[in-house]
Ligand binder design. Structure first.
Ligand SMILES: [Zn+2]
Length: 188
């Protein structure tokens, strides 16, 4: 005995109301069924692409750092610059790159690191001179002896890297160094 219940449904593709034979029917016709299937396939594809894009975009930088060879896209990402800028750096020879095929440029990770290996300026530590307070002037003494302002003296000490001893409120500088500095014959 067949059921006489009529199932009225809305076609998920064309939106038309139709009489369904099964409760699971989604479309009014075979044609709409095919179209709906295609549309769903397309949506799935787009979603997959978007997911992949998202994955690449959020791929941890650490992962890139571990790679031995980088694409220009990777380089741009590591340098936080545009792909165009990355290409320019390569064109200008700032980054060494190899064209392994047309439109396929690879950069060696270690070559990218070289971009940042600027020669470090050699820091000159002030000469370590052993001296005692007995052999020193305090700053006030230097100021009055050589008629120099406190500011000028402080700058001079800093600029010349003059060793300074601190004791309590006072700073002391070696007499020998100061006397030599102020009595140096001025060049004609
Ligand atoms: Zn339909």
């Amino acid at each position: 005995m067949s059921s006489n219940i009529r199932i009225q449904k809305i076609c998920q593709h064309c939106g038309k109301e139709f009489e369904a034979k099964k409760t699971t029917s989604k479309t009014c016709s075979d044609r709409c069924a095919k179209m709906l299937y295609k549309a769903n396939q397309r949506t799935a594809k787009v979603e997959a692409i978007n997911t992949e894009t998202q994955r690449i975009k959020t791929q941890p930088i650490e992962q890139l750092k571990a790679k031995e060879f980088l694409t220009v896209r990777d380089v741009a990402k590591l340098l936080s610059c545009s792909i165009r800028t990355a290409y320019r750096l390569i064109e200008q020879g700032n980054i060494k790159a190899v064209n392994i095929a047309q439109r396929k440029t690879l950069v060696k990770r270690s070559d990218l690191d070289k971009l940042f290996e600027q020669p470090q300026p050699v820091k000159h530590e002030p000469e370590q001179i052993q001296f005692e307070i007995a052999d020193c002037y305090n700053l006030k003494e230097v100021q009055s002896k050589y008629s120099i302002s406190e500011t000028a003296l402080q700058q001079l000490i800093k600029r010349q890297g003059i060793p300074k001893l601190k004791k309590g409120w006072f700073s002391y500088v070696p007499k020998a160094v100061i006397d030599r500095l102020f009595t140096q014959p001025t060049k004609a």
